[in-house]
Design a binder for this molecule. Structure first.
Ligand code: NAD
Length: 339
């Protein structure tokens, strides 16, 4: 007998890599919805896929690995959909997912403001050495030496990538009174309206006091900031990366820091982000390059937190469930990922 609609079982979602904040925002979004979210702390892999037993869909994040073996294991369990609660989908084997009939959906945009505001937070903190001042005054050291910054007003800032996030960065920088140069294969009318001047990359590199990377990782941007790019920059340049780690050649950047070519560096993303989103304070950091970067007083690293605002997490949870509703109903989903 078919149960009346109000008694029908809810759609079961196994959410991997669950953190306390995922529980909070997904539980709120699922309230009153036809979805029931089960939170799994483990990261998804072929080994942990059996934890999705009984689920109709899995929800995964950037460090989960849905390779062919994991996709096969999920499909064998009867899972029908993989919902990424992020924009990137490089961690999903799309061929394997398609072969096994698994729908893949993602959240392409949640809050460009969150990421853009963090970008500015990094620039301001690094420039005025607020990270150093914070620690210093707690030890009752109120000396100013080592904290000297520069006026952002009137400086030239280079924005690489003027999509949703980069355009917000342009708008905020213009509010500070900066001249903004931009590089993007596609000019954005909103960035132009905000006062960005589109130039080629060599000119942006040569003229910018601050360079912020807000582009996606693709064939053209892989190691875009390498030794040659650094050589073309102004001495003492501030470099900020909130895009993807591999846009930067970190070995070249380390050399640039040692030589003083790079005046300061802020990273919210890194190439090997295995330690990100985890507390490994009791362990030895195995990544020598990251460990070395963390020794510089003029380097500020945040662990992929630019997106991390209430508004963004609400949008991520709501969009993820809406994506799954589309898949379940057989509707076209604008956020479906295909090869
Ligand atoms: P978007 O798609 O709106 O914009 C990306 C822009 O980059 C587009 O205008 C595109 O034309 C441009 N671009 C592509 N190739 C380029 C190149 N070779 N040089 C310069 N520009 C190029 O994306 P978005 O929402 O603005 O996000 C941008 C990137 O920010 C994402 O791809 C992601 O890597 C990163 N991101 C980071 C976080 C974080 O928490 N740190 C959060 C979200 C997004």
């Amino acid at each position: 007998m078919t149960a009346p609609p109000f008694l029908e079982a809810k759609v079961q979602i196994a959410l991997f890599s669950a953190k306390p904040y995922d529980r909070e925002f997904f539980a709120a979004a699922a309230e009153g919805s036809p979805h029931e979210v089960r939170f799994v702390e483990a990261t998804l892999s072929a080994d942990t896929a059996p934890l999705a037993e009984g689920a109709d869909a899995v929800c995964i994040f950037v460090n989960d690995r849905c390779d062919a073996a994991a996709a096969n294991a999920l499909a064998d369990l009867g899972v029908k959909a993989i919902a990424l609660r992020c924009a990137g989908f490089n961690n999903v084997d799309l061929d394997a997912a398609q072969d096994r009939g698994l729908a893949v959906v993602r959240v392409p945009a949640y809050s460009p403001h969150a990421v853009a505001e963090h970008t500015l937070g990094l620039i301001l903190c690094l420039n005025r050495r607020i990270h150093r001042a914070y620690n210093r005054v707690r030890e009752h050291n109120f000396a100013l030496s080592g904290l000297l910054g520069f006026d952002l007003y009137g400086k030239t800032c280079g924005v690489v990538g003027t999509g949703a996030i980069g355009t917000c960065v342009v708008q905020i920088l213009r509010g500070f009174g900066c001249r903004v140069l931009a590089v993007d294969p596609k000019q954005n009318p909103d960035a132009l309206a905000a006062g960005a001047e589109y130039v080629d990359l060599p000119r942006l590199l040569a003229e910018s006091d601050v360079i912020t990377l807000n582009c996606p990782l693709n064939d053209a941007t892989l190691r875009l900031i390498d030794a040659d790019a650094l050589a073309a920059m102004k001495p003492g340049v501030m470099l900020v990366n909130v895009s993807r780690g591999a846009v930067v050649d970190h070995a070249a950047v380390l050399a640039g820091l040692k030589s003083g070519k790079i005046g300061s560096l802020a990273l919210d993303v890194y190439e090997e982000e295995e330690v990100f989103f985890r507390d490994v304070s009791d362990e030895t950091l195995a990544d020598d390059q990251l460990a070395r970067l963390l020794t510089f007083p003029n380097v500020l690293v945040t662990g992929h937190q630019a997106f991390f605002t209430r508004e963004a997490l609400t949008a991520i949870a709501e969009t993820t469930l809406a994506n799954l509703s589309d898949v379940e109903a057989g509707r076209d989903c604008p956020n479906r990922v295909s090869k």
